[in-house]
Design a protein around this ligand. Structure first.
Ligand code: UD1
Ligand code: CA
Length: 461
């Protein structure tokens, strides 16, 4: 029988002091709710029910975009506590007969390891839950144990006595329980406590008081960090980032300075690539083998083939870079840039919706927008495609093997033919035929003696 899962995400999250619901705040570039949802699906839990409340529409829309129809949603309004949230989920669970796992939407660091431990503990007990020890147990619920170390109950911080508050074993809020038993037991929950809420934690006491088995499984505290405020958010971000970096390092990538390198969960880097300090990777990024990236590169939603160098302080968005290419330093590849193999996009070059054919180069100070550059083209320093007439954008086409001299303006729409040559300083307003030379500057004239007495050099004479 499949294990069902309820993910609690209806809370108001007041302490974030935010107009945005907590679970949509990002951890390593993605809304934090994605982590527990993805984990639940990965563990094969079915159905996975998400309990929504605050900004339910926004959260549902995001999760549907990300996970299609593999989730069920219920609305908990008003939010009357964690016990209430699980009760509300009942109608989406259908006939709950097997095990039920409860996760929180604001604990993104919980991973396979912890759930495997929970499942082990839950297999032969009516109720199992994860605990950990904290030197500062703060506002968490405390685990009360009897003389033989058996679990008696969970006491919420707000309801705890002074001596109970000294207990440093806390309830993480992650449980596995017999669903049928739990839904029967939940009928007896009440709100006579300090917070006037239905506490899911009260199930522990009712389980322990009956002849059923309840098991508390202690796990490492690191993965149990939840997000309650912005300070927690920064801690979780750092821990998640380090975890993701450790995974790519384990797969054979050198990360020189993990403390200054930031990646997301959808970043893949090939073996023997080297990431220099200060790089940021957002969204879906693929980096091939034996690349050198950085320092200070910012790369989002891009694909970089093997053997590519992305040099210092380059910025790439929605771009593709072919094998053996060299980008930067200080290059900016905007959305729709596709570089073929062995291309070169050098310093202070900006590209947008531009294809660079194999072996083509734009090495210095250039803007290429809406441009098709053939193979083996050299674009000289200071070349600008004038792709915008104030109303519309127009394309520029540069044929294979063409040579564009420095300080050229290509006024689009315009075509430069194969093997054509554009003289330096030319403003190209008409198509250039294959193998032709285009020059538009006026012929130079020299006026003898004109500068005598006007320049410093002239005065000396
Ligand atoms: C709860 C536990 C506490 C545990 C702590 C761990 C209870 C009564 N207490 O504390 O023992 O140490 O978690 O973090 O369960 N939520 C809903 N609907 C609600 C209330 C909460 O969906 O009506 C969600 C929140 O969005 C959040 C999670 O449940 O994701 C936990 O809620 P929160 O209020 O942070 O937990 P506490 O009651 O403080
Ligand atoms: Ca909490």
């Amino acid at each position: 029988m499949k294990t069902a899962c309820v993910i609690l995400a209806a809370g108001k999250s007041k302490r974030m002091k935010s107009d945005k619901v907590k679970v949509l705040h990002k951890v390593c570039g993605v809304p934090m709710i994605r982590y527990p949802v993805q984990l639940a699906l990965k563990r094969g839990y079915d159905p996975v029910v998400v309990v929504l409340g605050h900004q339910a529409d926004e959260v549902k829309e995001y999760l549907t975009r990300e996970f299609g129809d593999s989730l069920r949603f219920v609305l908990q309004q008003p939010a009357l506590g964690t016990g209430h949230a699980v009760m509300v989920a009942k109608r989406a669970l259908g006939k709950a007969r097997g095990k039920l796992v409860v996760l929180y939407g604001d604990m993104p660091l919980v991973d396979t390891q912890e759930l495997a431990a929970l499942e082990r503990a839950g297999r032969n007990s009516t109720l199992a839950f994860l605990t950990c020890r904290l030197s500062d147990p703060g506002k968490y619920g405390r685990v009360l144990r009897g003389p033989r170390d058996e679990v008696l109950k969970i006491v919420e911080h707000a309801d705890a006595t002074k001596s109970q508050r000294r207990i440093n074993e806390i309830n993480t809020g992650i449980y596995m329980m017999d669903a049928a038993w739990a839904y029967k037991a939940m009928k007896n929950l009440n709100r006579s406590n300090a917070q006037g809420e239905y506490y899911l934690t009260d199930l522990v006491e009712s389980c322990a008081a009956s002849s059923k088995t309840v098991k508390a499984m202690e796990v490492e505290a690191n993965s149990m960090l939840g997000v309650n405020d912005r300070v927690d958010l920064a801690k979780v971000e750092k821990a998640m980032n380090l975890r993701l970096l450790h995974a790519i390092m384990a797969s054979g990538v050198t990360v020189l300075d993990p403390g200054s390198t930031w990646i997301g969960p959808d970043v893949k880097v090939g073996r023997d690539s080297v990431i220099l300090p200060g790089c940021h990777f957002f969204g879906k990024v693929r980096v091939g083998k034996a690349c050198v990236i950085g320092p200070g590169a910012v790369i989002s939603d891009s694909t970089i083939s093997s053997g590519v160098e992305i040099k210092a302080y380059s910025v790439l968005e929605q771009s593709k870079v072919g094998r053996g290419s060299q980008i930067g330093p200080f290059a900016r590849l905007r959305p729709g840039t596709v570089c073929g193999q062995n291309t070169k996009v050098g310093n202070f070059v900006e590209t947008k919706k531009t294809h660079m054919g194999n072996g083509s180069k734009a090495s210095h100070l250039t803007y290429l927008g809406d441009t098709q550059v053939g193979a083996g083209v050299n674009v000289g320093a200071g070349t600008i495609t004038c792709n915008y007439d104030g109303v519309n954008k127009h394309p520029t086409v540069i044929g294979d093997g063409a040579f564009i001299g420095s300080d050229t303006q290509l006024v689009a729409p315009v075509k430069v033919g194969k093997g054509a040559y554009v003289g330096a300083g030319t403003t190209v307003t008409r198509d250039v035929p294959d193998h032709a030379l285009a020059v538009s500057r006026t012929r130079q004239k020299n006026i003898e003696g004109y500068a005598s007495g006007r320049t410093k050099a002239g005065k000396k004479e």
